[in-house]
Design a protein around this ligand. Structure first.
Ligand code: PGA
Length: 261
């Protein structure tokens, strides 16, 4: 994956019926222009993926799953596998802090999910980030190190071409307190140095690293103006068509391409 496009992902979480999700996609398709410098990804609830996959213009939006199960098939009541999702989505969010903290997802499951995504040609978006206690006790970089090393344990250098990392400090997700561009920059630099250590300089430079956590129309530009940050993972603000389309517009404005226009 090259870093010349900004990536803006809307994570709708457990919101909307299938009908409402379809209406939101319809609104977004009128508000958001197809751009060569911004890739826009929508992560609707699992039940809406099939409907949206028939409705979506893939030049305009790509789809993502919010989660997947690491086995390909079998007696796993209530789960959805990467092999079932592969015809519907380009991306899957893996290891989101809500999955880790509310559903107790551990490092072993996360690395199995990363491998399942890769095995099924789905690009995994690995979420990493420290919580408030870890931050207060100065453990941010250790936590990021462990989550990166653990999450990528099954991922080869070749696979890294399809991997996206999202820095999402837990204390910033859904709280209205964003990390600030400087704070995110320091963490993302440390993530990139981990990647350099694991896969070498070229791969570290080529991997897309996003920021997520209380991104809205007021703060988006601050993150996107930094060359080091390749895009945004947006929760709450992605539920509103106008707010999300403005964030996509900001990504276009802050991209190199629009400055050359
Ligand atoms: P938020 O969510 O924008 O509502 O903080 C971000 C996320 O969970 O990815």
């Amino acid at each position: 994956m090259t870093r010349n496009k900004k990536l803006v992902i809307g994570n709708w979480k457990m919101n909307f019926t299938v009908h409402e999700a379809s209406l939101l996609l319809n609104k977004l398709s009128k508000l958001i222009k197809i751009r060569h410098d911004v890739e826009v990804v929508l992560a609707p609830p699992m039940i809406a993926l099939q409907t949206l996959s028939l409705q979506v213009d893939l030049r305009q939006f790509k789809l993502a799953a919010q989660n997947l199960y690491w086995r390909d098939h079998g007696a796993y009541t209530g789960e959805t596998s990467a092999s079932q999702l592969r015809s519907l989505v380009k991306y899957a969010i893996i290891g989101h802090s809500e999955r880790r903290n509310i559903f107790g997802e551990n490092g072993k499951e996360i690395r199995s999910k990363m491998a399942a995504a890769i095995r099924n040609n789905i690009c995994p978006i690995l979420c990493v980030g420290e919580n408030a206690i870890e931050r207060a006790s100065g453990e941010t970089y250790d936590v990021l190190h462990d989550q990166i090393v653990g999450g990528l344990a099954n991922i080869t250098s070749h696979d890294m071409e399809n991997v996206v990392i999202a820095y999402e400090p837990v204390w910033a997700v859904g709280t209205g307190k964003d990390a600030t561009p400087d704070g995110a920059l320091a963490a993302i630099k440390s993530i990139r140095s981990q990647l350099r250590h694991l896969y070498g300089d070229k791969k570290a430079k080529e991997t897309k690293v996003l920021y997520g956590g209380s991104v809205n129309t007021d703060v988006a530009a601050g993150y996107l103006s930094l060359g080091e940050i390749d895009g945004l993972l947006v929760g709450e603000a992605s539920l509103d068509a106008n707010a999300f389309s403005r964030i996509v517009g900001i990504a276009h404005r802050e991209s190199g391409e629009s400055r050359r226009e």
